[in-house]
Design a binder for this molecule. Structure first.
Ligand code: PLP
Length: 349
């Protein structure tokens, strides 16, 4: 096994991709300026490109998806307002409670259904009347894809209409919206229809090293720019990162279909193993249930073969730019070897 981490097959997340030579060339060639003064041409180009691609007036480059979502929450909501989100939503569960801690914004989490949606009745019931006992319901925040599942246009259309009818704004955590776009075969603009803002991760399946963009109208992006400065996200000569991000959006979106195919290939192979229960992946995220007693041994055998994964009884594996179909076959071979032997051993004991 090489010590060079880049030769590992890393199934932990699609955040682990490294810039390709062509992306590095784009970074190297980027024109730079001070983005806090609005002077970085490469950042400006990325923001204009993203705004146009997703059909918004303006966009803002942020160092992470967590910050980009937080900028949106802080810009839509004020102190004593609340946002409605899924129990499983990244904005609620995986961002350190940032909206509450830094914005005095109360989350109103609601159960996610098995398909990733929040039932419309639940949303309607959670929107509070104008009464000083209650926080002011201000925003509906959805996530697409969520746990690798794609929300349909029909659903996002109905949910955003409901929110607007009741006077709420809408935000989409579109960290992996490009996976949904490719899966549904729709345009980026269609995918975000009905959302007043969207945050898109460039550093996940799209393969940029760093960054997200927040898109919205000019007033929202002006607010978000103030918050970004306050949160320490105002970067100076950030054009190299923006150039990587622009390369990712421009050249590496359509190829997400390969990640989806590889996820399907992995799921198909894993289904041949009796000890596993495998969910059918919709995009690039696969969940498999395995016996808890198998985890440590499987983890160790995978590592011996240069494969890194988070091996848990409810195991998530993510395909991406740096994983080929041949890599998937290697992973499957190790799983099969392990479970053949494991079965034999457990039968003996
Ligand atoms: C990864 C992710 C984020 C946050 O992105 P970071 O760049 O890691 O901060 C937000 N939402 C979802 C759904 C994500 O998967």
């Amino acid at each position: 096994m090489s010590e060079n981490q880049s030769s590992w097959i890393d199934l932990r997340s699609d955040t682990v991709t490294r810039p390709s030579p062509a992306m590095r060339a784009a970074m190297h060639a980027a024109e730079l300026g001070d983005d806090v003064y609005g002077d970085d041409p490469s950042v400006n180009r990325l923001q204009d490109y993203a705004a146009d691609l997703f059909g918004y007036e303006a966009a803002l480059f942020a160092p992470s998806g967590t910050q980009s979502n937080l900028l949106a929450l802080l810009s839509h909501c004020g102190r004593g307002d609340e946002y409605i989100a899924g129990q499983e939503a990244h904005t609620y569960k995986y961002e350190g409670g940032g909206a509450a801690v830094l914005g005095s914004i109360q989350p109103q989490p609601l159960q996610n259904q098995a398909d990733g949606t929040i039932a419309l009745e639940d949303i309607a019931a959670a929107i509070k009347p104008d009464d000083f006992h209650f926080a002011r319901s201000r925003l509906l925040a959805l996530e697409n894809t969520i746990g690798g599942k794609v929300l349909s246009l029909e659903y996002t259309g109905a949910a955003t209409s409901l929110a607007h009818e009741r006077g709420l704004a809408t935000h989409l955590d579109g960290a992996r919206i490009c996976n949904a776009i490719v899966k549904l075969g729709i345009s980026p603009r269609e995918a975000v229809r009905g959302f007043d803002s969207v945050s898109v991760c460039l550093s996940k399946g799209l393969g940029a090293p760093v960054g997200s963009v927040l898109c919205g109208d000019k007033a929202l992006i002006a607010q978000a720019t103030r918050w970004r400065k306050m949160l320490g996200g105002g970067m100076r000569q950030a054009g190299g990162l923006a150039a990587a991000a622009q390369y990712a959006l421009g050249h590496q979106m359509a190829r997400l279909a390969e990640d989806h195919d590889n996820a399907e290939r992995l799921a198909h192979g894993l289904r041949q193993i009796d000890a596993l229960s495998v969910q059918t992946p919709q995009t690039n995220i696969i969940y498999a249930d395995l016996p808890a007693a198998a985890c440590a041994g499987l983890d160790s055998l995978l590592r011996q073969h240069g494969i890194i994964a988070r091996v848990t009884p409810h195991m998530r594996m993510v395909t991406h730019l740096d994983i080929s179909a041949a890599d998937i076959d290697k992973v499957l071979a190790v799983f099969k070897t392990f479970f053949n032997n494991w079965k034999t051993e457990s039968n003996i004991s």
